[in-house]
Design a protein around this ligand. Sequence first.
Ligand SMILES: Cc1cc2nc3c(=O)[nH]c(=O)nc-3n(C[C@H](O)[C@H](O)[C@H](O)COP(=O)(O)OP(=O)(O)OC[C@H]3O[C@@H](n4cnc5c(N)ncnc54)[C@H](O)[C@@H]3O)c2cc1C
Length: 356
Amino acid sequence: KMAHDPFKVERYIMGQMGGISILNAIKPVVDQEITKGNITVLLETSAVDLMQSKNGDITGVITQNKEGRLMDYKGHKVIIASGGCASNPDLYEELHNVPLYCQMAYPNSQGIGLILGQSVGGYLRGGEKYSPLYGMILTDDKTPSTMYGITKNIIERPPWEVLVNSKGKRFIQEDHESVDAIEHAIMEQPAHRHWAILDQNMIDEMPQLIYGWTNKRIMTESKKQNMIKQYGSIRELAIKSELPALSLESTVQEYNDNLENNRDDTLGRQHRPLPIEKPPFYSIRMSGWSLCSFAGLAINKNFEVIKPSGEPINNLYAIGEVIGFGATSGNAYVNGMGVTPAITYGKLLGESIRTI
Ligand SMILES: Cc1cc2nc3c(=O)[nH]c(=O)nc-3n(C[C@H](O)[C@H](O)[C@H](O)COP(=O)(O)OP(=O)(O)OC[C@H]3O[C@@H](n4cnc5c(N)ncnc54)[C@H](O)[C@@H]3O)c2cc1C
């Protein structure tokens, strides 16, 4: 299932069981090597430091187990593959200049690999490639908050609602064929906030808006959840949603007028099933969000961690999200560009250092 703009040419195959298909392919091979004694797995043990010789070469790793016991592991080739920092709000904001609005990544994505790589002379790049995802309904105003619900994007469902920003203005053609274009427009909005504005007819007739929710649930949530409001007029809805009332009124008026008079939509939207006219009216406040770190350790084409001068740090390699999601996906969410390169680069690196 694609969550973002489809590729024009086929680029990857998705396992029928998603991630489990990948596990089923890799686990038997790893298990075999464990049985042969070629791999030792240390569970509930963290890499906490790198050993570095006086000449700057990496010579091993220091680990700590859950009892707090430190161990040294000497090695000729040390690979950092500890993922990103999207569960570490302070580091995330520092590297991307954007708050971690929603906590969605794995709890172990603390960015320790980023810190270890830097501690021996490596540097980070790519934070400026940050791009928000669409449609997160946050639980509250904390930073980071947690997921309360996620609205479906254009790939899953043509929009019935109108999207506005904190000025009460529409800012993107809601049925734009590119989710990427919509997400980049969200990036331009204050705090990456966007509101869906709907009326009762839409609630009654539209296809499911929020994953796992009936549309009726939007009505009940509006009585208790702060991000969802329901009021009898657009003016009151705007005031309670902290949107400029006159501006939202004129946005809705213009949308309705164009539709009712068979005029083109101001932003070129084609899918306009209903006007926003039957009270009560609803607003759903959504936030941009992310689950990956765009920033990561700089590496060269051999996956060696490099210094700002471009010189590699001997015996230190990095692959996976620790090199930055931006390194493989750019300033966008390209389908599969987190997992696929993590696995592929791991294989390429493993094959190349085995022969050194
Ligand atoms: C909810 C969610 C959905 C996603 N959906 C997609 C998708 O559809 N397609 C896609 O391509 N990508 C997706 N991603 C991104 C993708 O999962 C990651 O980019 C990818 O898993 C990165 O692989 P990795 O091996 O580098 O890191 P991870 O998968 O994060 O693995 C890193 C491992 O290192 C361990 N670790 C961390 N610190 C240490 C330490 N100090 N010592 C020892 N071990 C440590 C962690 O426990 C973890 O097991 C998604 C991410 C999330 C959170």
